[in-house]
Design a protein around this ligand. Structure first.
Ligand code: PLP
Length: 441
């Protein structure tokens, strides 16, 4: 079994994460618990940054924090010199709580409210990624009324859809995000934004998909956006200083996934952009990217405790764990695949086929169909790998299950960064039925 990052197996056959015994972590913090190998997050952040440095390209690597948002991860991102992509007032508030450097915050979203935009102005964040005409008008109105300049990127849909191992070029991009690059929307957005006092257009942004395992989709997108930038330079004399190519770099959930090194993406992006810049005499823009999953995904491992077993003779054996779709909705939502191991019995043969079920009242609440594990008994510890992205951040309280604890582990130290929800937390927003609406009043 191929482990991740700093993971090892100790002499007792226990899974170690960040130099800490996972069995100890389960005892200390309970289960389910999401354990982050923070050294791996740092390594990934440094990898992307070093790759662009090596190519001699000015770049910003922004952590797409929808993947996992918390005060501690934002502080870690700041320590590593990352920028931060937030998509809501809530994520921005978390960044403020973490005292994240405001000038490195980029604000995304396809339906930002006045309140959220005003919050961004209050905090003087680095830039807003403008998504639509309504938002452009709102930004302009706020900027003028405050006489405060806001930098923006225009989010465009280049008509490239990339997913896992394939990408397709679609004539008409069917997406709720951004200005269409080909049908004139992006040009109109540029014309409007360029005329807005107190609005400074930095450049273009696109995000073409997720779990992308080849570089061609990115270079294709870079080419399309550069063409548009050149057209605006030629027609309006306007030069973009930033080209943001979004996130979507693939990670290894299962052995079928073969991720590329950050260097490969950076190299090819930089080559295409600098090649076109040279050819067209266009000043080399800064390249910005927004990895989410590839910074935190495989750094996360969820530890669960095994509970009930159900055998369906001739079909399958279910082992239920003390979490499920409430802490990881991805298998139920988009049939996401994971691998798992018996964290206390890493040396035992993992050769029994079982299906890991959650404890939610949904038949579809299965974390892994046909996992291969030792024969698990009630109370055994199960590690599900690669759960660092879009799990806790998508977690809910279905069936009023408390959300799990989140722990960082590094160099033999561990720290709670989000405490486990209590039953009191679950009812803290509830208000009792008032007398006047009680039955019969
Ligand atoms: N940037 C934007 C605009 C996104 O929508 C997303 C994900 O949805 C990301 C970056 C991060 O993508 P990933 O986590 O796949 O790197």
């Amino acid at each position: 079994m191929e482990l991740y990052g700093t993971q090892t197996v100790n002499g007792q056959g226990h899974l170690m994460i960040g130099g800490v015994d996972s069995v100890d972590l389960a005892h200390i913090y309970g289960t389910p618990v999401v354990v982050y190998d923070t050294a791996l997050i740092r390594e990934r952040a440094a990898g992307f940054q070093a790759a662009f440095r090596k190519m001699g390209v000015q770049a910003q690597v922004a952590y797409a924090s929808k993947a996992f948002s918390s005060v501690a991860i934002y502080q870690l991102a700041a320590e590593e010199g990352l920028s931060l992509d937030v998509v809501s007032g809530g994520e921005l508030f978390t960044a403020v709580q973490a005292d994240f450097p405001r000038e490195r915050i980029h604000f995304h979203g396809n339906n930002k409210s006045y309140m959220e935009l005003n919050f961004a102005f209050d905090e003087k964040i680095g830039c807003i990624v403008a998504d639509n005409f309504l938002e452009l008008g709102m930004i302009s109105e706020i900027a003028q009324s405050r006489k405060q300049t806001m930098k923006i990127l225009l989010r465009v849909t280049p008509g490239i859809e990339a997913h896992t191992h394939e990408f397709i070029t679609t004539g008409q991009e069917d997406s709720k995000f951004g200005f269409d690059l080909k049908n004139g929307q992006a040009d109109e957005a540029f014309r409007r934004a360029a005329d807005m006092p107190y609005v400074e257009v930095l450049g273009l942004h696109c995000h073409i998909g997720s779990q992308i395992f080849e570089t061609e989709a990115f270079t294709h997108a870079a080419h399309s956006l550069m063409e548009k930038m050149k057209a605006w330079r030629d027609e309006h004399g306007f030069v973009c200083s930033v080209l943001n190519l979004g996130g979507g770099f693939g990670i290894r959930y299962t052995d079928e996934d073969r991720p590329l090194e950050p260097m490969q993406y950076a190299e090819e992006m930089a080559e295409v952009v600098s090649g076109l810049s040279e050819e067209w005499g266009y000043p080399m823009p800064e390249i910005w990217i927004e990895p989410g999953r590839s910074l935190v995904g495989d750094a996360g491992t969820t530890l669960y405790t095994a509970g009930s077993e159900k055998q369906v003779p001739g079909i399958r054996t279910y082992i239920a764990v003390d979490g499920g779709m409430s802490d990881n909705i991805r298998p139920a939502l988009y049939d996401a695949k994971y691998t798992a191991a018996a964290a206390q019995q890493m040396h035992s043969p993992h050769d029994t086929r079982v299906t890991i079920a959650g404890k939610c009242c949904e038949s579809g609440d299965k974390l892994i169909t046909d996992a291969t594990l030792p024969r698990l008994q009630e109370g055994d510890l199960l590690a599900v790998f690669c759960t660092g992205a879009y799990t806790y951040s998508m977690a809910g309280n279905y069936n009023r299950l408390p959300r799990p604890a989140v722990v960082f582990a590094e160099e033999g130290h561990h720290q709670l960064v989000i405490r486990r929800e209590t039953y009191e937390d679950l009812t803290r927003l509830d208000l009792p039925l008032q007398q006047k609406v009680r039955k019969g009043q």
